[in-house]
Every structure is written in structure tokens, then in C-alpha cells.
Design a binder for this molecule. Structure first.
Ligand SMILES: C[S@@+](CC[C@H](N)C(=O)[O-])C[C@H]1O[C@@H](n2cnc3c(N)ncnc32)[C@H](O)[C@@H]1O
Length: 222
């Protein structure tokens, strides 16, 4: 969640959008539609979605998971970066949000690449493990309930192949992670995750100041 890169001022943000984004017509329409949506601020920033699409192409990714779909903007961007045999498992607890997302995916002609899983994200990930998909995914994007991130991390590490990438949105919490006076449970959970990712030798790690902070872990071989 964060429609813009928080650390940029308005002028530079506008320049970045005007000079780097390559949105399709449907992406543009979905973006515009969310300007009017009461929860529109939950959308991932377009520069971050485009960056994740570039990562997917660089990795030749075919199997992707998203936890936290909302109305489908980040999933749409990732699906557009997949080859025709690719698959994106889209997980969200909200059926109404998933229904709205589906309309946009159909409009963009990528709905056949997307498999919907409605329910708590951790249950959907556990089901994928039970179904035999351990070690098969190239990329996982996590943009849902912050207190669920530790579970998504452990389950995601099982589902990713070696060299696969897990990306966590909202690692900055709009700057609150750095302000020790902020102690709500989501910010506390995000600080704990940041520390865990930094010290966890099962991954290569980087925290990118894009959108609201994107934590990226690549699963190591050992
Ligand atoms: C920030 S929005 C996702 C935005 C989306 N990635 C985009 O770019 O449009 C967070 C989503 O997480 C979903 N969510 C919240 N708790 C969840 C849970 N326990 N399991 C799965 N999804 C959850 C919400 O329904 C909401 O759609």
C-alpha cells in the first residue's frame, strides 16, 4: 500500500511518473478508477509495480504468488510481465476485492494467467505446500496484513525455489518504522520483520526506498 514513493517531493514524484512509467491503457484506467475508490490509497505505486515487472522478466519468472490483491493493480502489472505459460496465484481474504480485481484482469486479457485463492493468506500458502508446490515459485509479493508477514515469510521461503525472490511492501510504514515513539502493532511487527530479514542468512537481502519501502530477499542455496 502506497500510491507514491513517500520519500520524493511532489515535483520529483511527478517527473518520475511522467518520465519513467510505461502503463497500458487498462493499467491507466485502473489507476484512475482508484482515485475515486474509498480504499484507493492501498494500491501499490506504479513505479514499484513496473520495477517488479522488470525483475520478473530479468528472472524469466513463470510462477508468482501475491498475498494482498485489493483491486488487482500489482497483480495486473506482474501478470503482464509473465510468459504465456506463466501463472500468478492471487491470494486475498476479501471476495469483494477479488471480484473487482477479476474485472480488470479480464479487461486486460490476463485473467487466464491468474489463479484466485480467497481466504486468509497463510491458509492459501499452506494449501499450496500441501498440494506439492514446495520449491516451485520464482517470486512472491507480500502486500497484506502486517502482523501476518512473519508467517508469509516462512511459508514463502518453503514455496520459493533457490534464487527465488520474496518482496515485502510497506517496510517504511510511511516513515513510522524509524520513529520509536510509534508503537502500534503493525509498526512493531514491521520493525521485527526488518530485523529478522537483515540477520537471516537464508536470504540475500536489500531494502529499497521505493513506494513505501520494498524489502527484497533472495532465497540462498544453503
Ligand atoms: C494494501 S492492499 C493490497 C494492494 C494491492 N497489492 C494493489 O497493488 O492494489 C491489502 C490487501 O490485503 C488483503 N488482506 C488483508 N488481510 C489479509 C489476510 N489475512 N490474508 C489475505 N489477504 C489479506 C486485503 O483484503 C487487501 O485487499
Amino acid at each position: 500500500m502506497s500510491r507514491r514513493s513517500n520519500q520524493l517531493d511532489e515535483l520529483l514524484q511527478d517527473w518520475l511518473h511522467a518520465n519513467s512509467l510505461r502503463k497500458t491503457e487498462v493499467q491507466r484506467q485502473l489507476r484512475d478508477a482508484m482515485d475515486e475508490h474509498p480504499d484507493g490509497g492501498m494500491q501499490t505505486s506504479p513505479e514499484q509495480v513496473q520495477f517488479m515487472g522488470l525483475m520478473l522478466k530479468a528472472m524469466n519468472a513463470k510462477q508468482v504468488i501475491e498475498v494482498g490483491v485489493f483491486t488487482g493493480y500489482s497483480a495486473l502489472g506482474m501478470a503482464l510481465a509473465l510468459p504465456k505459460e506463466g501463472k500468478l496465484i492471487a491470494c486475498d481474504i476479501s471476495e469483494p476485492f477479488m471480484s473487482q480485481a477479476r474485472v480488470w484482469w479480464q479487461k486486460a486479457g490476463v485473467d487466464h494467467l491468474i489463479e484466485e485463492r480467497i481466504g486468509p493468506g497463510a491458509d492459501s500458502l499452506r494449501a499450496l505446500i500441501t498440494e506439492g508446490h514446495t520449491g516451485t515459485f520464482d517470486f512472491m509479493y507480500v502486500d497484506a496484513d502486517k502482523t501476518g508477514y512473519p508467517d508469509y515469510y516462512e511459508l514463502g521461503l518453503q514455496l520459493l525455489r533457490v534464487g527465488g525472490i520474496i518482496a515485502f511492501d510497506n517496510m517504511f510504514r510511511g516513515g513510522d518504522v524509524a520513529d520509536e515513539t510509534v508503537t502500534d502493532e503493525n509498526t512493531v511487527a514491521t520493525r521485527a520483520l526488518a530485523s529478522k530479514l537483515l540477520h537471516d542468512h537464508r536470504i540475500e537481502y536489500s531494502l529499497i526506498p521505493i513506494g513505501d519501502g520494498l524489502g527484497i530477499g533472495m532465497k540462498r542455496d544453503d
